[in-house]
Design a protein around this ligand. Sequence first.
Ligand code: FA5
Length: 338
Amino acid sequence: LKDKALAELAKCSDQNELNEWKVQYLGKKSEFTSIMRGMGQLTPEERPVIGQLVNEVRGALERAYEAKERQFKREALEQKLQSESIDVTLPGRTVPVGTLHPLTRVIQQIEDIFLGLGFEIAEGPEVETDYYNFEALNMPKNHSARDMQDTFYITDELLMRTHTSGIQVRTLEAKKGAVPVRIIAPGRVYRRDDDDATHSHAFTQIEGLVVDRNIRMSDLKGILLTFARRMFGPEQQIRLRPSYFPFTEPSTEVDVSCYVCHGDGCRLCKHTGWIEILGAGMVHPRVLEMAGYDSEEYTGFAFGMGIERIAMLKYGVDDIRHFYVNDTRFLKQFANRG
Ligand code: FA5
């Protein structure tokens, strides 16, 4: 029986055949089991002899079975490893990579320029209080200058900020009378403007504020000219026009010379050759005083520039709305541009 079983075992070529073999030779209905059952009929002298023999044979068959089973498992594993092997020399698949939004790029470029001039970067909330957006900037309630910036109100006291100028006040309060103050503050602002090629109801500004002793209008002009030339090139011209803001005195609007013309003419510059990019001026003494600065001792200048306008000029974009529709055909064009 043992020899026959081992010969049959050697013929098994896979786990299924091996299972069948086990049933046949070691299972409940096997010849072996019937021999064991028959043990009861043996004489007491025969029993231990036969019993030992039976145990030996069963042990041998079980060991042979286990060895065979291990062999199959090993073979199966090897086969699996082989079929699943990875070709490390295969070239990788390219994952499409996004690019920075042109507005983000321009903000980063402007930040770099001003960081290089010794400015720090500040921030403020987009949902702003009436106090910081208007009142502390010398625009008390019912002041007619509030009409210059049509506003999205949330409550009587809360609104979507109409400009980044509130950050001037927040910064001065945080500095508690210390100088020098030299910050720029980028952020999104909101106005109830009708959208057209150069206006959006939500757009981006960068505020600038410098407060120290002996700060003059010529410092403002020098900083802005330096900025314009680093941004647009060494030939860039700027032009200051007198203007009015309640929080600066004197106030000015600043245009840059506009040399970007397209197929249908110089639409961006309306053929004047200039485009307004920012409002600016000397910080109004009342704003300094309200924020805790002695306006006899300290003076300062501030500016607020429109980022979309700068990006349009820099990249020759003729409609501000291109920045917001997120058409990848538009956005992809900025992948490799400075
Ligand atoms: C202001 O918002 C002042 N806070 C700027 C300022 C700061 C003056 C500090 C003095 C001192 P103004 O409303 O002009 O000013 O807006 C500033 C710039 O934002 C404009 O020059 C223009 O470039 C841009 N801008 C204004 N309205 C829009 C709009 N609807 N869409 C896109 N850009 C706009």
